[in-house]
Design a protein around this ligand. Structure first.
Ligand code: AGP
Length: 604
């Protein structure tokens, strides 16, 4: 969703901001803008459309420092030049960029209008610029603190005042901001992706914190101006991790790099001696695990589906009742929070608003919450009691692929860890350790179907609707397969447990509606073959993914290597990622930035 970049230092801020905005594009946006303090004061440019539209409209003399930039994903007010950020106060001295939602914007707008202020945009964010200017503090810090005291809602903000041209002020509450500490320069961004080209030394601001950035460094404080102390940390990602490496889309790169990703997720975590997993970040003692009665996993979208896979692994290996639930629904049903339940929040970005809200609700009720997170230092990671980092590297494409797989693998590790403290014996522990160790090589093999999948996907590209079915462990695989397809191709796709077909969706089946069936070679094989027969009897084409080279009735079969039954879903999902990718490519879709979607959903 919206992105922020800010710079103060000896360089001209304009190219730094422009490059930062390009790095933020993957989050999803519909307009962009920037402001710099140059000779003659504040200069502002903004434009509906892409960052390149903004770049094309910039005059040569658009130079200066400090500067702030923004990519906007419209919430209050349509995408337009005037609604794009930065917003200015009436005198044009203060410029503000804002992520988040100001919930009392209507009240603040009327109050400002009664004071004679003319608001020019439809946004909630514009009030901030006027409030900062009217606060008229002794310095920018004070003005911003006074302004934010009026605001209810969530924000990450960056503020410039041309009368104090040596600084940028940033603050956050419920919308992330990260400071980048450079050599005689400072940056800030909503996402480390926009910083790593300049520095890997970062400081994560906490909610209710602000920072004054100058070329010489930073000073942090609470919003009521009590100083805080924050040390920089080194981020894993290097700028090269954001390159496309010759692939036509980030999504293709991210699908194909999964062998290396899973190697990193597993690295140093397999205990060959005791046939368990080393997960030092969990902070769980054996007696805590022994006392567990339940595991509840929360996440949104693909993170939720990966959580469903994880619940299956935990239940079958550790024999602890486990289930997954959409984090977006959780807090609204006043959930019963139990002391002997382990809660696990799953989030690639660690910044999904609904997942953060679920974590906070749980913490408020005294629960122990672990995070399964990719982005180091993100809000979910910071607010959980412990957890597992995926080490998947940055995922740029909006659709999750490598982090879905890495999350499933992280759950394999967690299930093994819990299981070996509970009832799983060493022989079964070794079976799972061996299975996990085999995954990177098997993923590489499974992705060998790339060309076959591309050919089949092109054949089905014009279909209006595609069904996905799977049984038990295969059902989350089907859900994620359907999710990938609809997200990036815009083809309608629905997933059902194969056992539910006769209870309704079979009515949809016919020659025009293909079904993708997840058919592992397990104890449910016969039942899955019956499902295929039911579909083909009604003229429906079936594409199967499984372990056998041929399956009766299936038009084609994509074969993946066989692992242990508990880990098989990790591999079965891979051809479905490729299917979504190639079908979307055949339709000429904007694969890395599908319409209406954002990488990180930081608002409700
Ligand atoms: C999946 O392809 C989407 N990107 C989406 O469903 C995503 O998984 C969801 O929004 C949760 O994001 P998170 O993992 O960053 O919390």
């Amino acid at each position: 969703m919206c992105g922020i970049i800010a710079y103060v230092g000896p360089k001209d801020a304009t190219p730094v901001l422009m490059e930062g905005l390009a790095r933020l594009e993957y989050r999803g946006y519909d307009s962009a803008g920037m402001a710099v303090v140059g000779t003659g004061g504040l200069k502002v440019r903004k434009a509906k459309g892409r960052v390149r539209d903004l770049a094309e409209g910039l005059p040569r003399r658009f130079k200066g420092s400090p500067g702030i930039g923004h990519t906007r994903w419209a919430t209050h007010g349509a995408p337009s030049d005037v609604n794009a950020h930065p917003h200015l106060d009436g005198s044009g001295q203060v410029a503000v960029v804002h992520n988040g939602i100001i919930e009392n914007a209507a009240v603040l707008r009327s109050r400002l209008e009664r004071q004679g202020v003319q608001l020019v945009s439809e946004t909630d964010s514009e009030v901030l610029a006027h409030l900062v200017a009217l606060a008229d503090g002794a310095d920018l810090e004070e003005s911003v603190a006074v302004a934010l005291a009026h605001v209810e809602g969530t924000y990450g903000v960056a503020v410039l005042d041309q009368r104090q041209p040596d600084r940028v002020l940033v603050a956050c509450n419920g919308s992330p901001l990260v400071l980048g500490v450079g050599e005689h320069e400072m940056l800030a961004a909503s996402d480390v992706a926009a910083l790593v080209r300049h520095t890997r030394q970062v400081v994560h601001l906490d909610d209710g914190e602000m920072a004054v950035l100058t070329a010489d460094g930073y000073r942090t404080s609470t919003l009521d101006r009590r100083p805080t102390s924050k040390r920089p940390m080194l981020v894993e990602e290097r700028a090269e991790a954001y390159a496309k490496d010759g692939h036509p889309h980030y999504l293709h790169k991210e699908i194909l790099e999964q062998p290396a990703v899973v190697s990193r997720t597993l690295s140093g975590r397999l205990d060959e001696r005791f046939h368990t997993a080393h997960l030092g970040g969990l902070g769980l003692e054996a007696r805590d695990v022994a006392a567990l009665r339940r595991v509840k996993i929360l996440g949104c979208g693909s993170a939720y589906y990966a959580g469903m896979l994880g619940a299956g692994m935990i239940e079958s290996l550790a024999r602890i009742p486990a289930d997954a639930e959409p984090a977006s629904e959780y807090r609204y049903r006043n959930p019963v929070v139990e002391a002997d339940t382990l809660y696990v929040a799953v989030s690639q970005s660690g910044e999904t608003f609904d997942t953060i809200a679920a974590v906070r609700e749980l913490k408020r009720k005294g629960a122990r919450v672990l995070g399964v997170v990719n982005v180091v230092g993100s809000t979910v990671a910071r607010e959980c009691d412990g957890g597992i980092y995926l080490h998947a590297g940055p995922e740029v494409s909006v659709a999750s692929t490598k982090t879905f797989t890495a999350t499933a693998v992280a759950f394999g590790l967690l299930a093994l860890f819990l299981a070996r403290i509970r009832d799983l014996g060493p022989a079964d522990g070794k079976r799972i350790v061996d299975g996990l160790r085999a995954l990177p090589g098997q993923i590489d093999e499974a992705l060998g179907v790339d060309r076959d999948v591309a050919a089949v996907a092109t054949t089905y590209a014009e279909r209006q609707s595609i069904l996905f079915v799977g049984r038990v462990r295969g059902y989350p695989v089907a859900l994620e397969g359907a999710q990938k397809l609809k997200e990036i191709s815009y083809v309608h796709a629905e997933a059902y447990p194969a056992s539910e077909l006769k209870h309704g969706p079979l009515a949809l089946v016919g020659p025009e509606v293909p079904t993708v069936a997840v058919v592992p070679d397990d104890h449910l094989l016969d039942k899955n073959l019956s499902t295929i027969a039911e579909i083909t009897a009604r003229g429906g084409p079936v594409i199967a993914v499984g372990h056998r080279r041929e399956l009766p009735g299936a038009t084609c079969v994509w074969t993946v290597p066989k692992n242990e039954p508990e880990l098989d879903p990790v591999l079965l999902g891979l051809p479905l990622q490729l299917f979504a990718y190639h079908l979307a490519a055949a339709l000429g879709r904007d694969i890395d930035r599908p319409r209406n979607l954002a990488k990180s959903v930081t608002v409700e």
